[in-house]
Design a protein around this ligand. Structure first.
Ligand code: KG4
Ligand code: ZN
Length: 353
């Protein structure tokens, strides 16, 4: 089974071709960083226009890389939400058009589910597994029970984790998107102990019984640290120390919340080989991976985190989610609508092929 996947829900235009033996035959991603950098964030109309300009070329390129024609596909999968609706429509309509022209099944993919299923493309991973999904727009603790069946155990009460990284990085004068820049700055910290003492940041929600997160207070604390520094551009060492302290606060909170979730998962499912899966763009952060690896090991869990290039938005994950659904006979009619909001717990509705 070979599927074409299309992703246009945010600021990456992407097309990929995947086979059901987990071979990535093509995986093209065009980032719109330059278009949005001047605005310091993603502008929905600019994103939709850029998707429109580049998607055809990317699809053509992906089919070329895969070395196949449209008639050799078994289906077309496109992100139909959640995301910036203008961009989602561009990718969805392109996918539907290819499916209609070549009489192929169309699979409407939930972008969050695609992140959640990526580790099954890269690793041998059985259901159920515990999932920490952390991206620019989402922060959730979920249980993946099966393809299309997810339990929501916790989320954020305010900012998403990626958003907190990006906003805090911006406060320190780091370029957009801030997450990777902040991680790099933290790696330049010369004296971690002194950095933690200089910038003593809060650990929101730590110790609370419910599995919720809150990150806006942390961002505000970063702002007040920045305000106390001499005016003007921050010194490199100050940014390194503050970034280090920020990342440690995040890791501390994630370990605390996930420790509870791992216990709850073991008590609820008692699986033979328990797995904690890290997914979404923030999963690219190596310090977070290390912190969760330590926690997982201490609780007898295996940490599964896809390679960095498959953590941030891409179309390989969309094509893979298409394969997972199509081999269960799940497809959608061409009248399926794009959804700006589409919580994972609303997944359990499909047509049967
Ligand atoms: O999943 P994704 O590519 O797009 C969304 O669906 O949101 O996630 C993007 C988010 C951005 O907030 C970005 O700053 C963050 O992931 N991110 C990181 C790192 N790489 C990407 N955050 C922290 N450390 C990183 N290395
Ligand atoms: Zn994403």
């Amino acid at each position: 089974m070979i599927i074409l996947g299309i992703e246009t829900s945010c600021d990456e235009t992407a097309a990929a071709v995947i086979s059901d033996d987990r071979k990535i035959m093509a995986n093209l991603v065009l980032s719109q960083l330059d278009e949005h950098r001047v605005f310091g964030g993603v502008v929905p109309e600019v994103a939709a226009r850029a998707h429109l300009d580049h998607l055809d070329t990317l699809i053509k390129g992906a089919m070329h890389d895969a070395g196949i024609g449209f008639d050799q596909l078994d289906g077309v999968a496109a992100t139909c939400g959640p995301g910036l609706i203008g961009g989602v429509m561009v990718g969805m309509m392109a996918g539907k058009a290819i499916a209609a022209a070549h009489k192929l099944p169309f699979i409407a993919i939930n972008h969050l589910e695609a992140h959640a299923l990526t580790p099954r493309l890269t690793d041998d991973l059985e259901f159920p597994y515990l999932l920490l999904l952390v991206s620019g727009g989402h922060t959730q603790i979920l249980v993946a029970e099966d393809v299309g069946i997810y339990r929501h155990w916790g989320g954020t009460m305010d900012d998403a984790l990626g958003e907190c990284f990006d906003k805090s990085a911006k406060l320190m004068g780091l370029p957009y998107p801030g997450g990777p820049h902040l991680e790099k700055a933290a790696q330049g910290c010369k004296n971690p102990t002194a950095a933690l003492a200089r910038f003593d940041l809060p650990r929101p929600m730590k110790g609370r019984p419910e599995l919720e997160f809150s990150f806006s207070g942390l961002k505000t604390a970063v702002r007040s640290c920045v305000d106390k520094l001499p005016p003007g551009a921050l010194k490199k060492d100050d940014v390194a120390d503050l970034s280090y302290s920020f990342q440690e606060a995040i890791c501390d909170v994630l370990q605390d919340r996930l420790r509870r979730a791992l216990d709850q998962f073991s008590a609820t499912y008692n699986p033979a080989t328990p797995s904690l899966v890290l997914a979404g763009g923030v999963a690219a952060n190596l310090r977070i991976r290390q912190a969760l690896e330590t926690l997982a090991q201490s609780k007898g869990f295996r940490l599964v985190a896809p390679p960095v290039r498959l953590c941030s938005d891409n179309a390989a994950m969309i094509a893979w989610a298409g394969i997972e659904h199509l081999r269960l006979g799940h497809t959608h009619g061409l009248n399926v609508a794009a959804r700006p909001r589409w919580p994972l717990i609303e997944m359990e509705r499909f047509d049967r092929a």
